[in-house]
Design a protein around this ligand. Structure first.
Ligand SMILES: Nc1ncnc2c1ncn2[C@@H]1O[C@H](COP(=O)(O)OP(=O)(O)OP(=O)(O)O)[C@@H](O)[C@H]1O
Ligand SMILES: [Mg+2]
Length: 596
């Protein structure tokens, strides 16, 4: 009998990927204490090791039984205390080399099996070093930090998953903080749909928010392709080309071409300009011209020229004031009605879109509304990925729900294009990679073709990052409570899963089928995890682990309200007249004062 305190037993069955172990009858202790730490034998999710000569193989306990799974109809001595473990092999370590995932050699029958101690794990997780961040502590030991490889976490993409309240926002904030702490050249753009994160980063993030007087979030309409813009302006569906669509396309192209030589970021050769080019043009002027052409009246019916116009007063495109004409006569006498009525179905729609103040971050963006405005796209890019804080939070909380999809789509496409075209620049692309983080991803990156107010703009752009971003230095992280509702293309490209408690079986199954295939036993633990505890599997971690994520301070503003204290107070006779709440709804600004 082996008297080594870590000795567990011997291998009794081996097949590809899984090994059955019989725990010896006379193990030195069922709960050995090694270096002052108590270990429990046969816990699901714990590790065991198989020394095979100079090589040590590592495996994860996936099930425990008092009868062997591999030998059928054998009368085993009952109740003598022997137990059987199913172990999934995960990696190996040769001599003093570092641990490597994957198995080259298998154990054979009768090979010894030992407990994995904290010291073994420390060697596997490594020590804090460049290119690694600490995500939390190992769930079974407060002293054992768990490190993630930044390279794989960012460029092989990742996901933070978990039911509501399981600790996703905290995990996201923790990872971002750790990255920023140690990496002075890092750059992260966080798409924050609920405005939760500014509080977690205090002043150490550049926050852009709709209507913010200091740093307003602008997503200029002229970044849209013609299909996108025409859909949002007038509801044109892709592929449709009525005469009014043709005229709209031609007008946009004409206005973009007129501006291409006066752009602040540099002149563009007119031959390269299309209606899809991200070139500023004045949409108000476009509406004004269409409106003028439609409503003009003339002295002569045969010559509709400017000289013959019955103009009463010129309007003003900037304030959307139309030109005034003497009304046309209905009995075939002057003034005559304009013959150019093609744009009749669209002029009113365009007007109401650009007049709607909720859309002004897009159709009337301060400093970006035309080629003559203060800034061009280079400034937008500098603001988003070149600021000193290195973390940019795009707070989308004030954006009308129906525009979240297109906004995320435009932001992602613009950043992807910037990294793609700037891939050999010293400070862009491969020279300085970028991490995109998408909070509440299920609401705009859905699996199904078309859901309410989601037309797939965001999904198309983000899928591209997931599929091709790695080569150009752009990686992504999705954060969601409904992994089963996320685009399959995105799920398939996720390299690292940080899965917090997940109670819904559909969601758990999705993670199970997307995560590395021998990790089933760990994934089975998802419904029973504690708040802030995660199963981390995939490319960024050496060995799949159950991790207690560090709690960040200050926190994202997503804490649970203190319900019992609030409901214990007496509010009768409270003077609040709710005016401030209604005002907030109207101005789309959150009330910040807290009342005692
Ligand atoms: N690692 C942790 N340790 C202890 N408490 C935690 C931890 N992570 C989160 N919590 C607590 O759990 C609560 C919810 O956390 P969090 O807002 O991060 O959840 P979430 O998964 O993002 O929820 P939602 O899906 O609603 O956005 C908070 O009150 C937070 O303080
Ligand atoms: Mg959250």
């Amino acid at each position: 009998m082996n008297s080594d305190i870590t000795y567990l037993g011997r291998v009794i069955n081996v097949n590809s990927g899984s090994v059955e172990v019989e725990i010896c009858k006379e193990i030195p202790s069922a709960a050995p204490i090694i270096n002052g730490r108590l270990y429990k034998i046969g816990q699901i999710g714990t590790f065991v090791k198989f020394p095979v000569g100079n090589l040590t193989l590592f495996g994860l306990v996936s099930s425990v039984s008092n009868t062997p799974a591999s030998i059928e109809n054998v009368e085993y001595e009952p109740n003598y205390g022997s137990r059987f473990l199913q172990v999934q092999l995960i990696g190996e370590k040769l001599g003093n080399d570092s641990f490597e995932k994957g198995i080259g050699t298998f154990p054979t029958i009768n090979d010894e099996v030992h407990l994995v101690t904290e010291d073994d794990l420390r060697q596997i997780y490594g020590v804090k070093s460049n290119g690694f961040i600490e995500v939390g502590k190992h769930a079974s030991s407060e002293n054992l930090p768990v490190f993630l490889s930044l390279h794989n976490l960012v460029l092989r993409h990742s996901a933070i998953l978990g039911s509501t309240g399981s600790g996703k926002s905290n995990a996201t904030a923790n990872i971002i903080k750790r990255i920023l702490e140690d990496n002075t050249g890092s750059r992260i753009v966080l798409v924050d749909t609920h405005g939760e994160y500014p509080s977690a980063f205090d002043k150490k993030a550049k926050v852009f928010k709709i209507n913010d007087p200091e740093s307003p979030l602008c997503v200029p309409y002229w970044m849209m392709s013609f299909d996108e813009l025409s859909f949002f302006l007038v509801g044109r569906t892709e592929g449709q080309e009525k005469p009014e669509d043709k005229q709209l396309r031609e007008k946009i192209l004409e206005l973009k071409k007129a501006n291409c030589t006066i752009l602040k970021a540099g002149a563009v050769n007119e031959d390269y300009v299309t209606a899809d080019s991200p070139i500023p043009f004045d949409i108000k002027k476009m509406w004004y011209d269409f409106d003028r052409e439609l409503n003009a009246t003339y002295n002569h019916n045969s010559e509709h020229t400017t000289a013959n116009e019955c103009l009463e007063e010129e309007g003003d495109p900037a304030t959307l004031r139309p030109a005034k004409f003497t009304p046309y006569s209905s009995n075939n006498t002057a003034p005559f009605r304009s013959k150019k009525q093609t744009m009749y179905p669209y002029v009113g729609k365009i007007y109401s879109r650009i007049k709607d103040s909720r859309y002004s971050f897009m159709f009337n963006p301060p400093d970006y509304s035309d080629a003559t405005s203060k800034h061009d796209l280079d400034e937008l890019l500098r603001n988003w990925i070149g600021n000193e804080e290195r973390l940019t939070i795009l707070d989308l909380s004030g954006i009308p729900f129906e525009l979240i999809d297109i906004s995320v789509g435009l932001i992602s496409r613009f950043l992807y294009d910037s990294m793609y075209w700037g891939r050999f620049d010293e400070y862009t692309g491969r020279g300085r990679p970028l991490l995109m983080v998408y909070e509440e991803a299920h609401s705009y990156l859905p699996r199904s073709e078309r859901t309410l107010n989601v037309y797939g703009y965001a999904r198309k752009a983000v899928e591209k990052i997931f599929k091709e971003g790695r080569k150009f230095g752009i990686g992504a992280m999705v954060v969601t409570q409904r992994p089963s509702e996320i685009s399959e293309t995105i799920l398939a490209q996720i390299g690292t899963f940080i899965a917090l408690r997940l109670t819904n079986s559909g969601d758990k199954n999705t993670v199970q089928s997307s995560a590395p295939n021998n990790m089933n036993s760990l994934i089975e633990l998802l419904p029973s995890l504690r708040i802030g505890e995660a199963i981390v599997v995939g490319e960024a971690i050496n060995i799949p682990s159950r991790v207690r994520i560090n709690l960040v301070d200050p926190r994202p503003s997503s804490n649970d309200p203190d319900l019992s204290t609030a409901w214990h107070k007496t509010f009768i006779g409270h003077k609040d007249d709710y005016k401030s709440v209604v005002l907030s709804i109207r101005e789309q600004k959150i009330v910040t004062k807290t009342k005692k």
